[in-house]
Design a protein around this ligand. Sequence first.
Ligand code: IMP
Length: 200
Amino acid sequence: MKTVVIASNNAHKAQEIAEALPFPGWEFKTLRQMGVESDPEENAETFLGNARIKARAAQDACGGLAVIADDSGLEVDALGGAPGVHSARYAGEPCDDEANNRKLLAELADVPDENRTARFVCTLVLLQEDGEEVVARGTIEGRIGHEARGEHGFGYDPLFYPDQLGGRSLAEVPGEDKNAISHRGNALRALKAQLDGMNT
Ligand code: IMP
């Protein structure tokens, strides 16, 4: 049995990762299930850099086991890619989704529809026991709307209108439908394809 530690305590994220990588002989554990705490400062300038920081810290804390870590965020073209790696705390500490959404709407108040293009990005790092890295990235393209809509999801979902959803926000569709098109779902599918190719 190969234990893969998920460098997160978010149960929902852990379940999505475990379901997307159904390799026989792999068992997934969250940091909490491992009985360890790992909360390194995510001070890199890229999603990959921050995912690496989380993966390495978790591997150190778990005695060198394989680890999977992710980092994600929203890039808005009219804001030069902001909030980007600062998505969680865009409106400052502590992390507050509603405050972040209010700030985003204010920043884009004068930006016309055609220039409100944006994407969610997710980068995943699987750090193997021997230090080898497998990296995958997924995106979902869309636009920032003028009002929050929908009750599902989290973060910027109520303001993000994916190109594929014909005018519905990402918070207006259930979780399974979001996973089928989301940045995290796409990154997990890309990671699985790479691992399939390596005969893991
Ligand atoms: P993390 O990588 O899970 O820590 O996410 C960083 C931040 O990016 C979150 O706090 C959200 O603000 C934003 N974010 C990442 N993924 C999503 C998503 O699927 N929906 C909405 N917001 C997201």
